[in-house]
Design a protein around this ligand. Structure first.
Ligand code: AMP
Ligand code: TRP
Length: 349
């Protein structure tokens, strides 16, 4: 949790994610290009921590990404970039199955089947659908059935735990509803269990402006692959304590953006020292920013190094993804055979 800051964010294992049993975990992320530190601290770090205890499936959900306007020529690079960064952040293909959604065609197949038990009314009440629908030039059906494809992702592997951010909780609830309806219609014994969310520490990393959530589209982020000088520059211009006009004014670390980030990149004694210095005006905002930037660079440096190593071996990431898809597909096919049987469809031979 945020209150017990990790010395090294890359090795943090947030305790709310710990459950005593070994579960099947599934999570997905849209290929949106490089990660920023919000994605890293708020999601990827947890995925990495979960691998040691659970059977994890991590999926780059490119089919979901088709619901937004995009450039086909850029899609492959987006998918590969995300895979490289996940691997660089510590997703280990020896421990987890890392794969691309569209390389396991059963996702689309199960999605159709689940759409025949998914409640139309509830789908139309999904917040994300309403928000994206309002903004879209025209509303494609994929935007509407988006949560059904998510349900298929999860249920193909009979996952029981799903690490998701707050905005996806509603979609997970819908998966649970789909499971209940499916089991009501085709059950006994139930083929699917209702998956539970894995609540991570409710982390919301704010952007460099200190006002809005860090996000790609707002341009208020530090990317995990930013060069050291870019990080120094970005942190140098980050929002600080508005009430502290001169260096000799006492600072307010609790309302300072820069001080707030320190806990994720430094050991707690260092954070305490810096914040005490700020409060007593022994150090200025510029000093705090420098310390934060250097700590961030130190934390991100091994990730950048792993990324360089991965990119230096042409075809490696594609091979890892293919092996992941092969592994995932074995399970997906088995589930689909069971699904076909329950539905009364002819089997595949
Ligand atoms: P997105 O890029 O918005 O699809 O997010 C991918 C993952 O990163 C999701 O699990 C989000 O919950 C998480 N995430 C994105 N932005 C932030 C942020 N500013 N703070 C914490 N977590 C975030
Ligand atoms: N919709 C999720 C998001 O935008 C990504 C996702 C797709 C997902 N399938 C999933 C997350 C299954 C958890 C489980 O963040």
């Amino acid at each position: 949790p945020a209150s017990t800051p990790p010395a090294d964010a890359a090795q943090a294992s947030p305790s709310p994610l710990e459950t005593p049993r070994r579960e099947v975990v599934f999570s997905g992320m849209q290929p949106s290009g490089g990660f920023h530190i919000g994605n890293y601290l708020g999601a990827v770090r947890d995925w990495v921590a979960l691998q040691d205890q659970h059977r994890c499936f991590y999926c780059v959900v490119d089919l979901h990404a088709l619901t937004q306007p995009y450039e086909p020529a850029a899609m492959r690079a987006r998918v590969l970039d995300m895979a490289v960064e996940l691997l660089a952040c510590g997703i280990d293909p020896q421990k987890s199955t890392l794969f691309v959604q569209s390389q396991v065609p059963e996702h689309a197949e199960l999605s159709w089947i689940l759409s025949t038990v998914a409640p139309y009314g509830e789908l139309s009440r999904m917040t994300q659908f309403k928000e994206k629908g309002e903004r879209a030039e025209y509303v494609n059906c994929g935007l509407f059935t988006y949560p059904v494809l998510m349900a298929a992702d999860i249920l193909l592997y009979k996952a029981t735990r799903v690490p998701v951010g707050e905005d996806q909780i509603q979609h997970l609830e819908l998966t649970r509803e789909i499971v209940r309806r499916w089991n009501g219609r085709y059950g006994e014994p139930a083929l699917f269990a209702e998956p539970l969310p894995l609540h991570r520490s409710p982390l919301r990393i704010m952007g460099l402006d200190g006002k809005q959530k860090m996000s790609k589209s707002l341009g208020n982020y530090v990317a995990i692959s930013d060069e050291p000088d870019a990080i120094r520059k970005k942190i140098g211009s980050a929002f600080t304590d508005e009430l502290r006009l001169r260096k000799k004014d006492p600072g307010h670390p609790e309302s300072c953006y820069v001080c707030g980030l320190e806990q994720y990149f430094m050991p707690s004694d260092k954070v305490a020292e810096l914040q005490d210095g700020c409060r007593t005006a022994r150090i200025g905002c510029v000093d705090s920013k420098r310390a934060l930037a250097e700590a961030m660079i130190t934390t991100l440096q091994p990730i950048a190094e792993r990324k360089r190593q991965l990119l230096a071996q042409p075809g490696l990431v594609e091979d890892i993804l293919q092996a992941g898809a092969d592994e995932a597909r074995k399970i997906a096919k088995q589930t689909m055979a069971e699904v076909r049987e329950r539905l009364g469809l002819l089997p595949l031979r």
